[in-house]
Ligand binder design. Structure first.
Ligand SMILES: C[S@@+](CC[C@H](N)C(=O)[O-])C[C@H]1O[C@@H](n2cnc3c(N)ncnc32)[C@H](O)[C@@H]1O
Length: 340
């Protein structure tokens, strides 16, 4: 299910990664420790119970929408309420702060109207509607693919992007979501703690860890999505107009990344559960170091290479080697899990 253009999304690799995670779950639940757009959790939803975690609120909202029980979203109602709000011509936060940056003034007005309309709905139906709003923002944004910078007005793509009617894209996205959502196997759980602090549930069979691998903080690249789901009006700073209360991930600092991996490896190894890790050959932590950390806690560490061309958000395409590292106590770990 495509929702956002997202740095490091595993949507394109789902057919490779999801079966590995599923095999090691061995009939038990899956924990997606840094779920982002929930590409892996959503692929496994029909087959396993999923615990999905991510520190960003927008990710938790997408998780509630995609992994929660399927429901009908009142798209028509939101559309109608948003139109009533637009008729009142009151200036909202997005129009005030972001006009002619990431969006045109009209697109900002639509965002304000849709978010006000969604907040008038019952809480259980809000996540699907907010996810459609974020998907519409992601589609219409005048940016290289994230919200750390916006394209200058004279950029060749901006005029066409600015002409998109965000309210119409929203309506289309909500229909897509409603039609596409698959039923789950069990009751899934969404949480928002640092992965280093995550308490492993009794019924879990495997952990999947997909951390940031560069110094780019997700809270900086997707600050606008955080603001839309928090429904607040924060003070903003710098040309990119960032909110200030941003989470800083240990995985984005060369001095902290090793300790962060170690903490997670030690908790999962102590629980005697396998850990599947996605990382890059160009990550802040060199792969040979990651292997030796994994080997200090697990008997068996294997690597699967995935070579592909990767869009670097406005800077063209580059060849990248992504890896999947599977740390388990033995060849039999996946079968042992079944017998717990
Ligand atoms: C590479 S992305 C995950 C992409 C995801 N697998 C997908 O397919 O969309 C990394 C995610 O880790 C989250 N994150 C970063 N540091 C974290 C931490 N310490 N604990 C939990 N989540 C974290 C970010 O918010 C981001 O969504």
């Amino acid at each position: 299910m495509h929702t956002l253009r997202y740095m490091g999304s595993k949507l394109a690799l789902v057919d490779i990664i999801a079966p590995i995670v599923h095999e090691y779950a061995a009939g038990r639940g899956v924990v997606d420790l840094m779920a982002g757009t929930h590409a892996i959790g959503y692929a496994l939803k029909p087959h396993a119970r999923v615990w999905a975690n991510d520190v960003q609120h927008y990710s938790q909202v997408i998780g509630q929408a995609l992994l929660g029980p399927c429901k009908l979203a009142p798209g028509q109602l939101v559309h109608q309420l948003a139109r009533e709000y637009l008729a009142r011509q009151r200036k909202g936060f997005f129009e005030e702060v972001y006009s002619n940056t990431y969006f045109s003034p009209e697109q900002c007005r639509d965002i304000d109207a849709i978010r006000t309309a969604i907040m008038a709905l019952d809480p259980p139906v809000q996540p699907l509607c907010l996810t459609a709003l974020m998907a519409a923002m992601s589609y219409c944004q005048s940016t290289p693919g994230h919200f750390a910078q916006f394209l200058p007005r004279e950029h060749r793509r901006v005029q066409a992007l600015r002409r998109l009617r965000l309210l119409d894209v929203f309506r289309h996205k909500i229909e897509e979501l409603e039609e596409g959502l698959v039923e789950g196997k069990g009751e899934n759980t969404i949480s928002g703690v640092a992965a280093e602090e995550f308490s492993i549930p009794q019924a879990a069979g495997v952990g999947y860890l997909d951390p940031p691998y560069t110094g780019d903080q997700y809270s900086r690249f997707y600050h606008l999505l955080e603001t839309v789901v928090l429904n607040d009006s924060p003070a903003v700073k710098h040309k990119a107009r960032y909110r200030q209360d941003r989470f800083r991930s240990n995985f984005c600092y060369p001095s902290r990344v090793e300790e962060a991996f170690l903490r997670i490896l030690s908790v999962w190894a102590k629980a005697d559960l396998p850990l599947v890790i996605s990382y890059s050959a160009r990550g802040l932590l060199p792969l040979d170091r990651l292997h030796s950390l994994a080997r200090s806690h697990y008997h068996r560490v294997r690597q699967r290479n995935i070579d592909r061309r990767h869009s670097s958000m406005g800077k063209g395409e580059k060849p990248v080697r992504e890896v999947v590292i599977i740390a388990s106590q033995s060849r039999l770990q996946s079968r042992l899990n079944t017998n717990r």
